[in-house]
Design a protein around this ligand. Structure first.
Ligand code: KG4
Ligand code: ZN
Length: 347
């Protein structure tokens, strides 16, 4: 089964060809970071225009690089949510057109579910189906969620952010510190330069009170809030401006620690409360070295393995889309052709 995957949910235009769910024959990712950097974040209008410009070239390159031809493709898979509506529409429409032209089925994929699948594209990783039940953490510029996947392979959200995503928290802090966009790598680099042994500045843990109306049926102890963290940083910088490199490094390291602590402690709780044989992580923030190290510790304490995507599949990519479709997930049949972009798609 050869699947051509297409991903345009945010600011990466991506296409990939994957055989039988796990063999990645090609993966092309065109990032728009340079276009959005001057604004300190993704500008939806700029993103969708760039997707329209790039999508034909990215798809053609993915097919060329894979060594197969368009005629060999068995199905076309595309992300239909969650994400930016105007970005999602470009990839979904391209996929619909291609499926019709090739006379092949279309498969609609949930982007957050696909990020979990990406952890199983690491060399030597088992198949996701062999690691169930599992607890997964998806952390990116747009999402922060703890997901449980039961023996049936169906994902269920256990907890999520009630405001900003973890990546967004990195990006906003980086802007406040004048470190540029994207913020995650910039904060990590600054934090790496902090002298060891310095007492971290205390930032809020973002705990959620059980009565919070935004919780619905989610577990408050598995949910996050990152907007208070950003405000606390702004207040801190007003009182103690960080201008020298050691001062910036100290603030960056403390802020990174606060985010890593918040994520890792919730994952540890989720693993204790829900049946699981493994942990999986996905999304751009899973590139963060401090987070990777802490999650390895959480997994070791729980006596289970943790699967992390290889760096090229941490951020948005289409290999994870084609991979998930190739393992039998997604919207298929006539329903796929009727799919609209769904910016707030959940499970
Ligand atoms: O998954 P992704 O590429 O796109 C979205 O779906 O959002 O994630 C991008 C996010 C950005 O917020 C970026 O700052 C963050 O991932 N990020 C990191 C690191 N590298 C990227 N956050 C923390 N540490 C990193 N090393
Ligand atoms: Zn993503």
């Amino acid at each position: 089964m050869l699947i051509l995957g297409i991903e345009t949910s945010c600011d990466e235009t991506a296409a990939a060809v994957v055989r039988d769910g796990y063999e990645v024959l090609s993966s092309v990712i065109h990032t728009q970071i340079a276009l959005h950097a001057p604004y300190g974040g993704v500008v939806p209008e700029i993103a969708s225009r760039s997707h329209i410009e790039m999508i034909p070239r990215v798809i053609r390159k993915a097919v060329d690089d894979s060594g197969v031809s368009f005629g060999d493709i068995d199905a076309v898979a595309a992300t239909y949510g969650p994400g930016l509506a105007s970005s999602l529409l470009v990839g979904l429409s391209a996929a619909k057109g291609l499926a019709v032209a090739l006379g092949k089925p279309l498969i609609g994929i949930n982007h957050v579910h696909a990020h979990i699948q990406s952890a199983f594209l690491a060399p030597g990783a088992p198949r996701l189906a062999e690691s169930l039940p599992l607890v997964a953490l998806v952390v990116s510029g747009g999402h922060s969620a703890i997901v449980h996947i039961g023996d049936d392979g169906v994902p269920r959200i256990l907890g999520q952010t009630l405001d900003d995503a973890a990546g967004e928290a990195f990006d906003k802090a980086s802007k406040l510190l004048g470190l540029g966009y994207p913020g995650g790598p910039a904060i990590q680099k600054a934090a790496d330069a902090a002298p060891p042994g310095l007492r971290p500045i205390s930032f809020p843990k973002g705990r959620i009170s059980p009565g919070n109306p935004a919780l619905a049926d989610l577990d408050p102890e598995l949910c996050f809030s990152f907007s208070g963290l950003k405000t606390a940083l702004r207040n801190h910088l007003e009182r103690h401006p960080a201008s020298t490199q050691p001062e910036i490094a100290h603030v960056a390291a403390s802020y990174q620690k606060a985010i890593v602590d918040a994520l890792a402690s919730r994952v540890a709780t989720a693993v204790r409360r829900h049946p699981c044989r493994a942990m999986a992580v996905g999304g751009g923030v899973s590139l963060n070295a401090a987070l990777r190290a802490r999650l390895q510790e959480v997994a070791a304490e729980a006596g289970i393995p943790v699967y992390l995507p290889p760096p090229k599949f941490c951020g948005d990519n289409a290999a994870m889309i084609a991979s998930l479709a190739g393992t039998g997930f997604g919207v298929t049949g006539d329903a796929a052709m009727l799919l609209d972009a769904d910016p707030s798609l959940s499970f």
